[in-house]
Design a protein around this ligand. Sequence first.
Ligand code: ITT
Length: 201
Amino acid sequence: MKRLVIATTNAGKVREIVSVLDGLEGWRVEPLPGGLPLADETGSTFVDNAVQKGEFYSRILGPEPWVAADDSGLVVDALDGRPGVFSSRYAPNDEARNRKLLGELRNVAEPNRSARFVCALALARNGGVVWTTEGSVEGTIALRREGTHGFGYDPVFLLPALGRTMAELPPEAKNRISHRGRALAMFRAHLESYGQESGRG
Ligand code: ITT
């Protein structure tokens, strides 16, 4: 069995990643051990930051386990792409982040509230990234928070085709259409090919 450590400190991400990678043949999926330092996130793209996290945690965890790192966030067109790679640093917690976002968009009319979630994933081992992928999903910023599922900006991210926010979708439905779900589908397929190879450790 190969070990895959999910290198994120975000419990919402862990739930989604574990649920999509569940039952992956040849792999044992594990959370990040507690008490580790936090990786720097100084890149200007989601992929850059996922690579930084992957390199950092796979160096700390040593040569054996594989490491999956996730950098993700919300890109709002009316804010010239903000909060983008600064999504987690936009305000101190989810509630404050959503309040600040709705405040910044107070005077922005519905046709101009377009946005997307982006998720970059990096697969790393022994300090080096071996593969990356990215997924995204288009939506708009709702006028108010709706829904209790998910995490982060989900209550304010409206999926126009469904007429619901991401937080109104049950977890399986979010995983089918979300930025992370899309990136994870490719990630899972990639891991399946590694899992079938024998003798690669
Ligand atoms: P790690 O770096 O340890 O993975 P983090 O939460 O700091 O944890 P990021 O730097 O990638 O992760 O920040 C992502 C931000 O974007 C964070 O504020 C999330 O709440 C938000 N975000 C990411 N994916 C999301 C999703 O599926 N739904 C809602 N918000 C999301």
